[in-house]
Design a protein around this ligand. Sequence first.
Ligand code: ADP
Length: 581
Amino acid sequence: MTKNMKILRNRGFRWILLMCGLLAIIALTGMNVLSLYDLRDRMVENEQDRRIDQLDEINDNVMYQILQPLRGLHRLELEPINSTLEQTGNLPNNITQVLARSSQSPFFDGIYYTPESTDLCADGRNTTVYKFDPTENKINSISDYPELICDGIGLVRTKTKIQLNDLNYRWNNDWEFDTHRSLNIGLINVSESRMLGYITLLLDKDYIINEVFPPILTNYFKDSDESGIAVWVRSWPGGDILATNDPDIEYDSDIVDHRMGFSGSGFFDNWSIHMAFLKSPVTTTYNATLVKNLVVLGVAMLFLTGALLFMFFTAQRERQLAQRQASFLANVTHELKTPLAVMQAAGENISDGRVTEGKRLKQYGEHIHNESIRLRSMIEKLLDVARVDSGQNSIKSAPYCVYDLLKNYLVENREYIENKGFEVEFIASDKSSLAMLDSDNFETIVSNLTENAIKYSSEDKYFKFQVSSDKGHVFVSITDRGIGIRKRDQRNIFKKFYRVEDSDSMSNKVKGHGLGLSIVKNMVDMNGGDIEVSSTFGEGTTFILSFPKLENENVDPAPVQKTEDTASLNQKIEKHTEHVG
Ligand code: ADP
């Protein structure tokens, strides 16, 4: 397998790994989001279940309060009840105590005793029923009793008779509610498995509706604003609302989430409790928790994705840099060797005395001169890079007149540029602004940009150097009409070792190592400036340097070194500048 194939395979593999990583992140996020929603729903459901369970508690609580005074009845000796009644006209003491206790309960509105021997419903109103008198702790025979006693006794008699068929039945009493109207207790002779009589306790409906339900509902469910729950006790089949925890919420069967009948031996059989889960603060809290969790999850996943992508692309860039560096080393070695070989051969020919003729001697001398210049510029570039890399690139800045610096560069290099066939234009709209600069750096910057413009020129060989300024900056721009740089390459050209390497691009054919602009950028930065490129592919490029203007007017500009034998060129440029600037 060739090296290229290996690189391609590795690159493909890395991309697959990245995709797997991203997919894993997406899958994990999806799973977490789903389970967060699930958790929220379950929490809300649990909360609702808990509230529904509270309805059972209310049921049991009210029933407990009603039955409370009758506790202990199952332990009493009941057999002598009718014989005592015959002999004394009253019930035995133990029963009388229970009835006295019950008469104190606000739930009851009259207590009656009916012996089994009285076939109440069949006999109608002629039969004697006993009513308990709490003031005298005694039962008195009455003939005018409420008719509903008959219904209650009928219910408990039927139920108790069924119980007595069970041979294992061991209780001395059994009870049954006749809806909200009465509590009926059947008294049993356990040893003989027969009924003795019935205690009927009439229930005070108004007390239950007005005094029992409202406080208990408020106690459990507070105001609906607070709990997000509305509860109604409704009568059936009429549908009247008997009690509620929040009178402000109107009953509407559409908003009811849960309906429950009262339970326990006919207990409030014709009433039911309806519950509606409104916008509960609990649900709002769970929603807020959900949102908080989602945000944290989102941020974490973004970080994770960001870190993954960052690591991937950084590794990619490092690899590219390493590749570029490796090819740079190979090129540099080759390019250092070439001028050396030329110089060595030319020098050898001269020193051997093989070349003596004047014209050819001059030719060889020029070869050696040109190659040594090439070699020097390469070595300087390498040294610049080494300095930048090692961070030892210290600068010696002084307040320079930017116009003077650029003019000086042009005076020194104009002939060189023109010899390459270029037309040079120099426009200065600012000839006096100062900036703190290292003059050597400035020269390196401008010469790199100039060399590039020469290297990447087209048929139209033209140069424009400009100096201008605004309130706070001095600008130097260098414009060419060369091959131009595509938009996508423009943000990369300042990177070390970056070269535009299109197969169709001309820059591919020009020699270079992708170092010039990175050195330029570094030096511009060190001098507190900025560099921008503006280019149209196929039309030309402008590099714009900007340096902070030195505001202090009292500062004298540092002298710009001038080459002596360029006085005439200097004049020429001055003339041109006066004309344009
Ligand atoms: P080198 O010239 O050694 O390749 P540089 O860092 O100086 O490296 O330039 C980087 C790339 O920018 C070059 O490869 C070239 O494609 C592009 N470039 C730089 N200056 C110009 C210019 N004036 N016109 C067109 N392309 C340019």
